[in-house]
Design a protein around this ligand. Structure first.
Ligand code: NGS
Length: 291
């Protein structure tokens, strides 16, 4: 990507962190897919585990950044538990402390709509938490390389597609599904997300909303950065219902992008409840009609 002069890239940031804070990020990590029985989502999001994971060294290079990690969610308790059990200590290793995880749960009946959840959450956060960096995170992807920094400090207006290499079970190799892919874990500055008009609100069930976002990048001439450390483990869940209309929607997606997204989400969806925990805010979302 052009226009990055003066900005440290991910590797340089890792080196800086290691020099300034004397932290050795080792790269590949062993993740833990068996959280102890007493790690219960709501009750463990209080202080016990957080105290356990806190590093003694509080030095950081990310103090000026406010990160929001937005996880779209419905009925995936096991995946969410595994993600949080690994992600919170992972961020602590990177000395990223000025962050909050937002679980955006669809309470609207009917098919799942990830784009709507991300859009309504983003608008809400811009009015309340005011992040300077936003990560859109699938609930089933666990980061496996601690040099893959959850930060916008290496970005200007370029988004960072963090989940570039995924493996689906213990035996399989890592795969990059296709080079255009921007789904999974995607980080960018809020200004970039606003310029893209967010995600489309029209993709229900599985597939296509991320490719629609890829088309938004293309048509706005925004190039996507991909770290060499973007290794993730995909935790198991049952097969989701595919959206039979996704290719039809993608066909004319570019024509719709300025009228379908952040600028019409407030008419389509609303926030129902918000629950606060130390590092996590749990938000429930509802809507009435499908389209
Ligand atoms: C593509 C889907 C994307 C999806 C990607 C990876 O085929 O939405 O697979 O999915 N695009 C369409 O269906 C048009 S994965 O195997 O990781 O679940 O993100």
């Amino acid at each position: 990507c052009d226009g990055q002069s003066g900005i440290l890239n991910q590797t340089e940031l890792v080196n800086r962190l290691s020099k300034v804070c004397k932290i050795n990020l080792k790269g590949s990590l062993n993740i833990n897919l068996n959280p102890p029985n007493d790690f219960q989502l709501r009750s463990s999001l209080t202080s016990k585990y957080i105290d356990l994971w806190r590093a003694s060294n509080s030095c950081s290079i990310f103090e000026n950044e406010t990160l929001a990690i937005i996880i779209s969610y419905r009925d995936r308790e096991k995946n969410l538990k595994n993600l949080l059990y690994n992600l919170i200590p992972f961020l602590e290793r990177q000395r990223i402390r000025n962050y909050k995880i937002f679980i955006i749960e669809q309470q609207a009946a009917g098919p799942f709509n990830k784009g709507r959840l991300y859009n309504i959450a983003f608008n809400h956060l811009m009015r309340t938490y005011k992040p300077t960096c936003v990560t859109f995170h699938d609930v089933d992807l666990i980061p496996e390389n601690d040099q893959n920094l959850y930060s916008c400090l290496s970005l200007t207006h370029h988004p960072l597609h963090m989940s570039t290499n995924i493996h689906f079970d213990k035996k399989s190799l890592y795969t990059t599904l296709y080079s255009f892919l921007v789904g999974g874990v995607l980080t960018m500055q809020p200004e970039t997300f606003i310029r893209l008009n967010g995600y489309s609100n029209r993709y229900f069930n599985w597939g296509g909303e991320d490719d629609d976002m890829g088309l938004r990048f293309l048509s706005k001439d925004i190039c996507v950065q991909r770290p060499t450390t973007g290794y993730y483990y995909a935790t198991f869940h049952s097969i989701q219902t595919r959206n039979p209309n996704r290719f039809k929607l993608l066909f004319d997606a570019t024509l719709r992008q300025d009228s379908d997204g952040l600028n019409n989400i407030d008419r389509l969806a609303s926030i129902k409840n918000q629950y606060e925990y130390p590092l996590v805010t749990w938000i429930t979302v509802e809507w009435i009609e499908q389209d």
